[in-house]
Design a binder for this molecule. Structure first.
Ligand code: C5P
Length: 235
């Protein structure tokens, strides 16, 4: 089944500190977004990458992609994004041509995901799962709290969910296209990932093993780690 990847890259990256939109910041001298696009194109199954650019940044992103080589088998499209990640993904899906029956959604902010993880996600969708997420066990214990009135104030702990039942999920998340489109048309609540919209349709989402190097570059320390991972790969 022809497979496309939608890459939401319209976030401002406020938590990373001041500067360009996060996806356009450099990692090993190359914009994070280019790493993310190449990570999707590294899978032989992926023949189209749809990049969702910052709302006023589509022409800039298009020239960036023109300037960086992708495998011959991979086409790309650039569309402007929206206010939320969810809206950006929806705009990417709207631009998807017919014929792509499997869709990956991958954060531009996860530039270093290995191709084996991408392929494992695609494989599980091919095997019949409507939605697939790469997942890892948690290192930290997680607490549910009563949110404080003001930042920095102590917060009462309400519960400690059993850590062995929790997973941190990554991207690419993989979907049967019709299911993902229906999820985006049906679910109007704010969500932080696409698979949770499929859960809300009452369908089963399954996990495959995630990878440490698929971490999300969110805060300044994540950039230090990402540079170190890249340097190790180049040895
Ligand atoms: O904000 P968060 O870390 O969840 O963002 C994950 C991904 O979603 C990033 O790649 C970011 O560029 C993208 N995003 C987007 N449109 C927004 C907000 C975030 O495409 N309005």
């Amino acid at each position: 089944a022809p497979t496309a990847a939608v890459i939401p890259a319209a976030g401002r990256g406020v938590r990373l500190g001041p500067g360009a939109p996060k996806a356009l910041r450099a990692l090993g001298g190359t914009p994070m977004l280019i790493h993310a696009v190449r990570a999707m194109a590294a899978s032989r199954a992926v023949s189209l990458v749809v990049v969702v650019a910052p709302p006023d940044g589509a022409p800039e992103v298009k020239s960036l992609l023109d300037a960086h080589a992708l495998p011959d088998r991979t086409d790309f499209l650039v569309v402007p994004g929206g206010e939320s990640r969810q809206e950006s993904v929806k705009l990417g899906l709207d631009a998807l041509p017919p014929g792509y029956d499997i869709v990956l959604v991958h954060d531009a902010a996860r530039p270093l995901v290995p191709v084996d993880t991408v392929d494992a996600v695609i494989e599980a969708v091919r095997d019949g799962a409507p939605a697939v997420v790469p997942a890892l066990p948690l290192a930290d214990t997680v607490k549910q709290v009563e949110p404080a009135g003001a930042p920095g104030e102590p917060e009462p702990v309400v519960a400690t969910p059993d850590r062995s039942l929790l997973r941190a999920v990554q991207t690419p998340q993989g979907f049967d296209r019709a299911t993902l489109v229906r999820a985006h048309e049906t679910v109007k609540d704010d969500v932080t990932d696409d698979a949770s919209m499929v859960e809300q349709l009452g369908l089963t989402v399954v996990t495959v093993p995630g990878h440490e190097e698929a971490f999300k570059v969110t805060r300044p320390l994540d950039l230090v780690l990402a540079e170190a991972v890249l340097a190790r790969r180049r040895l």
